[in-house]
Design a protein around this ligand. Structure first.
Ligand SMILES: Nc1ncnc2c1ncn2[C@@H]1O[C@H](COP(=O)(O)OP(=O)(O)OP(=O)(O)O)[C@@H](O)[C@H]1O
Length: 291
């Protein structure tokens, strides 16, 4: 395990640092109520803000609306109650500028991994010659350990490979905002650790704002500035924000995970999540029993 944790972070980073001297993207979620149908309420009056450059992690039980809210932020889920603004513009009115990684990978199946990444690169580098696009796409794919698979089509790749290709594509898009739904879920532990470190490095160096969904509590604490816990409720999920009180910058990963402060916070976070679920179950039982 020690060996795994001590493996180095990939050093090369093809992302140009030009115009990334300051954090630019902020999000405001205001009074979001959401249901897919008339019977089940999914989100109940969600209000939260993501500051410029913040790394926000969503956690909470399966099915309580984390992906739904992320898709709403990406402008992929229409809604009528409440509002979401990215840099003061409502996502209802403009297509948000963001790099996304969702659970279905959403690669174009008729394009190779390299061509998928080239397409994202081209969105922001319209005049870049094809040869250069191909070269940079290959660098991004190498960064996520897919240098050997640039010519493979999604149908020829494993779930983890597709997930890494989707991550490469989101990073290459170059937006200041990254929305990532369990992006490391299908990865082996070594690759997962390396990509966590890569993401921390990129979000800091490139001044990106990140909203990230995970079920892994260590990953959440390691990555997040702030964790938003979703808890199920009768009228849809409610959220609670918790600042991660641990100074992580420059701290060796292994030392961090062994740190007493880290372990105490991990314990309190798990207790908090547990308590929220128990409270919500109690309310449902009380309502059902007519108390
Ligand atoms: N397109 C859809 N149409 C109808 N219901 C949906 C749709 N997408 C999700 N749901 C339902 O909405 C609820 C919230 O789903 P969502 O995927 O947002 O939860 P989640 O917290 O991200 O779950 P997980 O942690 O398992 O990914 C679930 O009950 C799910 O079945």
């Amino acid at each position: 395990m020690v060996q795994l944790l001590e493996r180095p972070v990939p050093q090369q980073n093809p992302i140009s640092a030009e115009d990334s001297t300051e954090y630019k993207t902020k999000i405001k979620v205001q009074h979001i109520d959401f249901s897919y149908d008339a019977t089940t309420k999914i989100l109940n009056n969600i209000q939260l803000e993501v500051k410029e450059g913040e790394f926000l992690v969503f956690m909470g039980p399966s099915g309580c609306g984390k992906s739904t809210l992320l898709r709403m932020m990406a402008g992929l889920e229409p809604f009528s109650n409440g509002n979401i603004e990215i840099n003061d513009k409502s996502v209802k009115e403009t297509h948000p500028d963001c790099g996304v990684v969702f659970q279905d990978y959403s690669l174009f199946p008729w394009l190779t991994a390299q061509a998928n990444v080239m397409l994202a690169l081209k969105q922001r580098n319209k005049k870049m010659p094809k040869k250069e696009l191909a070269h940079i796409a290959e660098q991004y794919l190498t960064l996520v350990h897919l240098g050997h698979a640039v010519k493979k089509y999604p149908g020829q790749m494993s779930g983890g490979m597709k997930q890494r290709a989707a991550i490469a594509r989101a990073l290459s898009y170059g937006s200041d905002l990254l929305l990532m739904d369990e992006p490391f879920g299908a990865l082996d532990p070594v690759t997962r650790i390396q990509l966590q470190d890569l993401l921390v490095q990129i979000s800091a160096e490139q001044k990106r704002t990140v909203v990230f969904v995970t079920h892994d509590v260590d990953e959440a604490i390691y990555l997040a500035d702030r964790i938003v816990i979703f808890a199920p409720g009768k009228n849809g999920a409610v959220t609670k924000s918790i600042q991660v009180p641990i100074e992580k910058k420059g701290t060796d990963r292994k030392k961090l995970f062994e740190n007493m402060e880290f372990r105490a916070f991990r314990e309190s976070l798990l207790n908090e999540m547990n308590e929220q679920i128990v409270n919500s179950l109690r309310t449902e039982i009380a309502d059902g029993a007519g108390i």
